[in-house]
Design a protein around this ligand. Structure first.
Ligand code: F6P
Length: 319
């Protein structure tokens, strides 16, 4: 193998740049030419491909976002569109591809692998919702952003005796809500994987009030319901000053944490090794602090499982 390429796709995540840097530098270390594909699969289909040098990835390890830009291309499920992408790779003489992204990006990588083109997936998403890895690149930074917001909101919530609903990202996965809610000391954490009734939430708020608690933090994942809707439901049922804060895309930005930079560097480098070993169609991950890899085809068919022990602990600590 002489030429490989790297792309980022789907929602960006802090640490993607560190992963790109690792792919480029590891590739060049092994005498490969490394190409960057801009704007994800969209850029692949349109031939938006440029050679990257050591200097192309200088000064980016600490930057959020992705220097390769990102995009979502739902049309990539279409075999004709996949073939257009494949033609571009052949045209540039590229023999292996590293795809950094989430579930949708892995599906694209799997499709190309099925067409005989070796791809390796690197989990880059703040959602932490990829199976085969305990952590995805960007998750740690995102939960630290959320915790910072919770801490700040708690200050004003306690000054005004208010109940705050904080809506965080996570349409299908509750990891961001669960981890940041637990680490931020939220009284209630609502995640898509575990339904809670409004009665339960109100009971908990009332119990807290009886104990003299005058403010409260509720963290809700966007996949459960919107923070605004939850606040409306609460206002109808309880006598409390309820406010809402929707954290939105600030969760996707910012300088990556040390943990994310370290993870991204290890995963990006391993992806290149797999291509050099002739092992396409794999997805890298981290399990018990060891870098592992699995067939992408398996990963995309296994739904991510939330850690039930953490759910239990969060409940035990928020009585
Ligand atoms: O997958 C990452 C993510 O940030 C999700 O948490 C969120 O639901 C979604 O992307 C938002 O996507 P967009 O930036 O396209 O609105």
């Amino acid at each position: 193998m002489k030429k490989i390429a790297v792309l980022t796709s789907g929602g960006d995540s802090p640490g993607m740049n560190a992963a790109i840097r690792a792919v480029v530098r590891k590739g060049i270390y092994h005498d490969l030419e490394v190409y960057g594909i801009y704007h994800g699969f969209h850029g692949l289909v349109n031939g938006n491909i440029e050679k990257l040098e050591l200097g192309s990835v200088g000064d980016i390890i600490h930057r959020g976002g992705t220097i390769l830009r990102s995009a979502r291309l739902p049309e990539f499920v279409n075999p004709e569109v996949q073939k257009e992408g494949l033609e571009q790779l052949h045209k540039h003489g590229i023999e292996g591809l590293v795809v950094i992204g989430g579930d949708g990006s892995y599906r694209g990588a799997n499709a190309l692998t099925n067409l005989g083109f070796p791809c390796v997936g690197v989990p880059g998403t703040i959602d932490n919702d990829i199976s085969g890895t305990e952590f995805t690149i960007g998750f740690d930074t995102a939960i630290n952003t959320v915790i910072d917001a919770i801490d700040k909101i708690r200050d004003t919530a306690s000054s005004h005796d208010r109940t705050f609903v904080i809506e965080v990202m996570g349409r299908g996965a509750g990891d961001i809500a669960l981890w940041s809610g637990l680490a931020g000391g939220a009284e209630t954490i609502l995640i898509p994987e575990e339904k809670e009734t409004i009665d339960n939430i109100i009971d908990r708020l009332n119990r807290g009030k009886q104990r003299g608690k005058r403010h409260s933090i509720i963290v809700v994942a966007e996949g459960v319901m919107s923070g605004v809707k939850l606040a409306e439901q609460l206002k109808e049922r309880i006598d409390a000053d309820v406010r809402v804060s929707v954290l939105g895309h600030i969760q996707r930005g910012g300088s990556p944490s040390a943990t994310d930079r370290f993870l991204a560097s290890r995963l990006g480098a391993r992806a290149v090794e797999l291509l050099l070993e002739g092992k396409g169609g794999r997805a890298v991950g981290i399990v018990k602090n060891t870098i592992v890899d699995h067939a992408i085809s398996e990963i995309i068919n296994q739904p991510h499982k939330i850690d039930n022990e953490i759910i239990r602990l969060a409940k035990e600590l928020s009585i």
